[in-house]
Design a protein. Structure first.
Length: 274
């Protein structure tokens, strides 16, 4: 489990936002990517950008903070929440307690650091184990159980994103690979958009939608959340090398281009071990 990193702050009080920003800047594991006084703007940001952690004021006049937390959590089920509050408020929602911790006011560096560490522990406890098998045929597993994709094209799109190892893929690139016989026209672009939405929906059904990153018309996979035999081989794993026999995503012809680099990597690992 990687540490929580990409963080947003939501607080209608400017002074409070600035204080949290100051202390967050002293914590290396945090990268504040947005600070908002308007909850609606925070929701719009999260719909287009990956976020790991949200720090929000528990008493905001514009929107109920618990409701806001759940709206954000619906966008990213892996999101962790830190509620900043001047007084201990008992939250009886059992599900909320699984994704949220408290940050007492007045703020301090120690208080924020403790809240962040607590959120990391909760995230680790809640995290599903996601494994992509690419040697042979492509399959995705969540906590050891296979993901049953209803859409073959959505599964192929995920395979393409896995193959790119966290690299970004544009709509044009997706069309070139997945629909090589179709013209890149408005109809095909609309079809591509539908497949992307279908993939997100199918991943959300398994509560792993956060692995799909979408930003300004490009898509990628959050490699921090996914284990994969191909990733392990490229990183030099001896065990992964022993499981690679030259077969890679056999159902997809475009995947053949990756086999040469995998063989080269396996041979370098063998040479290192001899």
């Amino acid at each position: 489990m990687s540490a929580l990193k990409r963080t947003i702050i939501i607080d209608n009080d400017e002074i409070s936002r600035e204080i949290i920003l100051f202390f967050a800047g002293t914590i290396e594991r945090l990268d504040v990517v947005g600070a908002f006084h308007n909850p609606g703007n925070a929701i719009k940001y999260m719909q287009k950008n990956p976020v790991d952690l949200a720090i929000l004021d528990l008493q905001m006049p514009e929107m109920d903070s618990i409701e806001l937390g759940w709206k954000l959590h619906e966008i990213n089920p892996a999101l962790m929440l830190i509620y900043a509050t001047t007084e201990r408020v008992e939250i009886r929602d059992e599900q909320c307690l699984k994704v949220a911790v408290y940050l007492p006011k007045p703020f301090s560096h120690e208080g924020l650091l403790h809240a962040v560490k607590s959120a990391e522990l909760l995230a680790k406890r809640n995290q599903k184990h996601i494994y992509a098998r690419t040697f042979g045929y492509f399959d995705l597993f969540v906590d050891g159980e296979p993901v049953i994709f209803k859409s073959a094209k959505a599964k192929e799109l995920l395979a393409l994103l896995i193959d790119r190892q966290g690299g970004t893929v544009t709509t044009d690139q997706i069309i070139t690979v997945l629909w090589e016989d179709r013209p890149n026209d408005e109809a095909t672009q609309s079809l591509c958009s539908k497949v992307v939405k279908t993939l997100k929906r199918e991943l959300d059904e398994y509560k792993i939608g956060s692995i799909l990153i979408q930003k300004r018309g490009i898509r990628s996979i959050d490699m921090r959340q996914v284990d994969c035999d191909m990733f392990e081989l490229m990183e030099g794993s001896i065990e992964a090398k022993e499981r690679f026999f030259g077969d890679y995503m056999l159902e997809y012809s475009w995947a053949e281009e990756r086999i040469h680099s995998l063989w080269e990597r396996a041979q370098r690992i063998s040479g290192r071990d001899s």
